[in-house]
Design a binder for this molecule. Structure first.
Ligand code: ADP
Ligand code: MG
Ligand code: MG
Length: 217
């Protein structure tokens, strides 16, 4: 059964890569306002490597957990920068939680997203309100858990959670940064959303589009 879910993880990662190919310039411009301008290129390097690693893992018959772990390790290795290390740690934590043994249920997936969120918070030490990707990821994870617990399908729950992440990422526009490279440029950052929060919300949105066409429960 795990062999059926590995390709879904692969398709999700490919969709995130494709979104980044489209939006890299915009993400770089956002990061240039209060950061160092490399968020688009870093995400491009990371997602290209992650998608290639996922392709290789699936070709070798790997299950979901292994696909996510290999993709995360490649992402962290090739992206450079803070967000690449954090995305890598998140995919690894999700993969370790999901494992390869069986087709993951909706609650397995929401548990894995919760583990990914905890990993990013523990590794990066950012909390909600610091104006980072955590501001989009925490509401995403919390909404996913509550929707799944309420009995929604994974795809339906993911769609609601992704729109919460989008709302939360947009809301970072009015926040002052307390972490990362944007911190010394607080005033410049005000009025611009956090690039890592925006890319995370867009990644979850395109992941939801894949789940909508590939999952039944
Ligand atoms: P770098 O900051 O190393 O140039 P990127 O430009 O790729 O890396 O990523 C910047 C994004 O990383 C920020 O917009 C923010 O969302 C996220 N980020 C930075 N520091 C942290 C942290 N300590 N915890 C969580 N996210 C962080
Ligand atoms: Mg940067
Ligand atoms: Mg950088």
């Amino acid at each position: 059964e795990s062999a059926a879910a590995g390709p879904i993880a692969q398709a999700v990662i490919a969709a995130i890569r494709d979104m980044i190919e489209r939006d890299a310039d915009e993400l770089g411009r956002l990061d240039a306002i209060a950061g160092d301008g490399d968020h688009g290129i870093g995400m491009q390097r990371g997602t290209r490597a992650a998608a290639a690693a996922a392709d290789l893992a699936v070709a070798g018959g790997a299950g979901t957990g292994t696909v996510l772990i290999r993709a995360g390790d490649a992402w962290a290795d090739k992206a450079g920068g803070t967000s690449g290390a954090l995305w890598g740690a998140a995919l690894r934590a999700a993969g370790e939680r999901i494992g390869d043994e069986r087709a993951p249920s909706a609650s397995d997936v929401s548990d894995a997203v919760t583990a990914a969120c905890a990993s990013i918070k523990s590794y990066g030490k950012a909390e909600v309100g610091d104006k980072t990707m955590v501001d989009a990821l925490v509401p995403f994870a919390e909404t996913l858990v509550s929707q799944v617990t309420a009995g929604e399908s994974l795809s339906a729950a993911w769609t609601v959670a992704a729109s919460e992440a989008t709302r939360a990422a947009d809301a970072t526009t009015d926040m002052l940064p307390r972490m990362g490279r944007a911190r010394p440029h607080m005033e410049k950052s005000l009025g611009t959303p956090d690039p890592g929060a925006i890319s995370l919300a867009r990644a979850m949105t395109v992941a939801g589009h894949v789940l909508a066409i590939t999952t039944k429960n």
